[in-house]
Design a protein around this ligand. Structure first.
Ligand SMILES: [Zn+2]
Ligand SMILES: [Zn+2]
Length: 389
């Protein structure tokens, strides 16, 4: 089959790779009908996530048709149309019982690698490095889906791929980012990053009752797109974000702040950006946590900082003093997607949200490397790329 393969730092290739096979009783094989490029894929492509190897198939956002099931899968059948969550979860361990699917204790065969870096291991993730299981990803014609009786959600044919594909990651991720803010009526939520996850976080914050949502980015086309959710916007190349947020909130600061940027933040102050960029390039820190630092500084006393941007390792100059002295709560996690697929599908079905609003580009899988270039370099107002095998 054809697949989008990591061929070295900043090198992607469409290659012929072996078709996936059923390996365990609870596996299924899915023929991919739609798959997407995610911002977190960019951290893999440019080499900032450790343990990616040449030949790895990328992609963790995909859906399609079940073409084969193992003997232990009783709830799916050949021909079923499914969306597959990006974390792989067994459904029965301590973490899964607590609905903490992205830290499933049974789905990461390379847990030892992750334990060295993180203390304990998170779940396996499709197409996301060997430390996270070494599973082949969904930017391919077919995918092996482990624990297929737990993760995939069946979707009737009445909803097109474009409306349900993002249940695999970015809609639940944005939603969880907003949910972790414990939003009360009348509250103001600030979000760093107007990419697709920031856009879903903004839409979700309104769904959960926020009064105002303020989104911070520097790309006018992304800010325009997030304005469609009803959010107000700040371009950090034009305003001092901390001052602007204070002014907009009567001096108190936003009730909660969401970091939807993660480890490769850009910085408006050249010296600070250079500091983090240099340390990251020298592998002395793995992250450029500028958005996170600013979110912490901006948040009102006693507020919540919700981190859904992806981090890989260690941050530098972390303002712990302000977290402690100002009674902030930091909440974070890779999304526990399986917790959200059914309720969010119901919201899509009820017409509360149409997730296809994030799509800017559609192209065949064979053009995935070009799609990555457009997305990475923010060319052609690229917001979200959907690939069809
Ligand atoms: Zn993703
Ligand atoms: Zn589990």
């Amino acid at each position: 089959m054809k697949a989008n393969v990591w061929a070295g730092r900043n090198r992607l290739e469409i290659q012929d790779v072996p078709d996936p096979q059923i390996l365990n009783a609870r596996d299924a094989i899915v023929r991919v009908s739609s798959t997407a490029i995610c911002g977190s894929d960019l951290h893999l492509v440019d080499g900032y996530i450790p343990t990616v190897k040449k030949g790895d198939v990328l992609g963790h956002e995909f859906m399609g048709e079940v073409v084969e099931v193992g003997p232990g899968v009783h709830n799916l059948h050949t021909g079923d149309r499914v969306v597959v969550p990006f974390p792989i979860a067994c459904g029965a361990c301590f973490a899964c019982e607590a609905e903490l699917y992205s830290v499933c204790e049974n789905s990461n065969p390379n847990a030892g690698m992750a334990e060295k870096l993180m203390g304990h291991a998170p779940a396996g993730i499709f197409g996301y490095s060997h430390m996270l299981g070494g599973f082949a990803g969904g930017q391919a014609e077919y995918v092996r889906v482990p624990f297929a009786d737990v993760g995939p959600i069946k979707v009737e044919d009445d909803l097109p791929d474009e409306k349900v594909l993002f249940l695999s990651d970015i809609f639940p991720t944005g939603f969880m980012g907003a949910e972790m803010c414990d939003i009360k009526p009348g509250q103001t939520i600030a979000i760093w990053g107007a990419g697709p996850v920031g856009q879903f976080a903004a839409a979700s914050a309104f769904l959960l009752g926020a009064d105002r949502v303020i989104v911070i980015d520097r790309f006018p086309y992304r800010l325009r797109r997030v304005q469609r959710t009803g959010a107000e916007v700040l371009n950090y190349e034009e305003v001092n974000v901390l001052e602007a947020l204070r002014d907009m909130t009567g001096g108190r600061g936003p009730d909660a702040c969401i970091d939807a940027v993660g480890m490769e933040a850009h910085h408006p102050t050249p010296a600070m950006y250079a500091y983090d960029r240099t340390k990251q390039a020298a592998r002395m820190e793995t992250e450029r946590p500028y958005a996170l630092r600013e979110a912490i500084m901006a948040c009102r006393n006693g507020g919540v900082v919700s981190v859904i941007g992806v981090y890989g390792g260690f941050v530098d100059k972390f303002p712990m003093g302000t977290v402690m002295n100002r009674s902030l709560t930091i909440r974070t996690g890779q999304c526990h997607v399986q917790r959200y697929t059914e309720p969010l599908l119901q919201r899509i079905r009820a017409g509360e949200i149409d997730p296809s609003f994030v799509i800017s580009h559609r192209m065949p899988l064979s053009e995935a490397p070009r799609g990555f270039e457009l997305f990475k370099n923010k060319q052609d107002e690229c917001n979200k790329v959907v690939l069809t095998p």
